[in-house]
Ligand binder design. Sequence first.
Ligand code: NAD
Length: 490
Amino acid sequence: MQVLQNYINGKWVSSQCAETRDVLNPATQEVLAKVPFGAATSKDLETAVLAAQEAYLGWKSVSVLKRIQPLFKLKQLLEENKEEITKLITLECGKTLAESAGEIQRAIENVEVACGAPMLMQSEFLENVATGIDEFMIRQPLGVTACIAPFNFPAMISFWFLPYAIATGNSMIIKPSEKVPLTMMKIFELIDKLDLPPGLLNLVHGGKETVDAILDHPLVKSISFVGSTPVAKYIYARGTANGKRVQAQGGAKNPVVILPDADIEVTSQIITDSVYGCAGQRCLAASVVITVDNDANIKEALYESAKKRQVGYGLESTVEMGPVITPESKERIETLIGKGLQEGGKLLLDGRNQAVSGYEKGNFIRPTIMEGLPLDGELIKTEIFGPVMTLVHMKNVDDAIDFINRGIYGNMACLFTTSGNSARKFRSEAMAGNIGINIGIAAPMAQFPFSGWKESFFGDLHGQGKHAIEFFTQTKVVVERWPKEWTRKF
Ligand code: NAD
């Protein structure tokens, strides 16, 4: 069985860590590869940081127009290899082929936006701040940067950071999730074909030990993390205590509100796509569905739409929902459903214990709908990260906004309505960083920041777009005087 190599200093190299962990296909439990995973991965990280520092020292002085040329080639290579990467994502992550293809598209769009660095990096200049004195601000790269990614988007998430980091003159180390390292291996095969200095982009496998080595290494200047909230908090605390710039995106519990004037058929379709897409393993998956007034009809429509979703192996073209990532994840989700029942919830649709024929070992949970959970209970605020919809009924949009604003997370909140007035109030008052109006997954396009709030984000500048350019550069302000009499001397 193949033990995955790291990509360090422009070469594929074996890890210095002998311990490994299996990479499993979540639909079949087939072992796809072995990934280095243990204390000695910190030695790999050390080698990668030294290579990245060396690469950065040269790269920072390369003209910005030259720095974006490899990105045009990367876009082309990603497009040419889209089919193969799509299949790899489905193989190791379980989502459907359409979902996998969608995430590569989002990755490519970030490459495209980062190609605007020659404009996006431009800054401010003011002549005569005092007579004969000019002042301007320039943006300079940070140095070695690092990205630590979660399992649920093996291709896309690193691209919220990677293209911007190198376009602005930094080097980067990518630490993919140990559960889905194969997609990034393939992408680094493509990166290897670019004309980049060795060490500019590095791939280092591992888990907590690799992460801790990133957090403590003095040459690592910034960390871009995406994952669960407890780990995001830890990364933010330890990274910033060590003087690094950190952006840490965390978990979510996303509410969606349906007003009585919403179109029931379209709305229920969009919401079930949001809840059950990627088997609920999206940080922007709708989770708590709040109906206002119109319970019975909407409940029926959501139930019908959820029940008919085709669950199975993502590589099969008719499948609409794949498995969850690991047997532990399946067990955790089923335990949480049980906890909801203990808290007084009732199941309208129970997706537990229903194997998929031909894939009995797969981590499948079918669409589940629960209602009647107490608003002050535990489950209503717990991120389930699985295909579970919680239905809640409220009197009006104000109560819904109050409920949303009391929540600890703030990744996304959505409203379905035909009233412009309600929409305007909601988008202004709901305390979440990404708002959807008649949208089920309010995922910002690459030009916009991925704006989590509250416990969904720790830091200041988010991933993507102009925020990424700012995150990966430090500003320097120059105040300059050139008196005539000095100039005459030369
Ligand atoms: P995770 O936090 O378990 O792992 C994320 C990364 O951190 C992985 O690379 C992992 O190796 C590393 N890691 C795990 N435990 C660690 C520890 N104790 N110390 C140091 N490093 C550690 O997250 P996951 O299960 O891979 O991903 C799912 C989570 O990510 C969900 O909570 C989801 O909401 C969140 N997520 C958030 C966003 C967002 O934009 N806010 C996007 C995608 C996923």
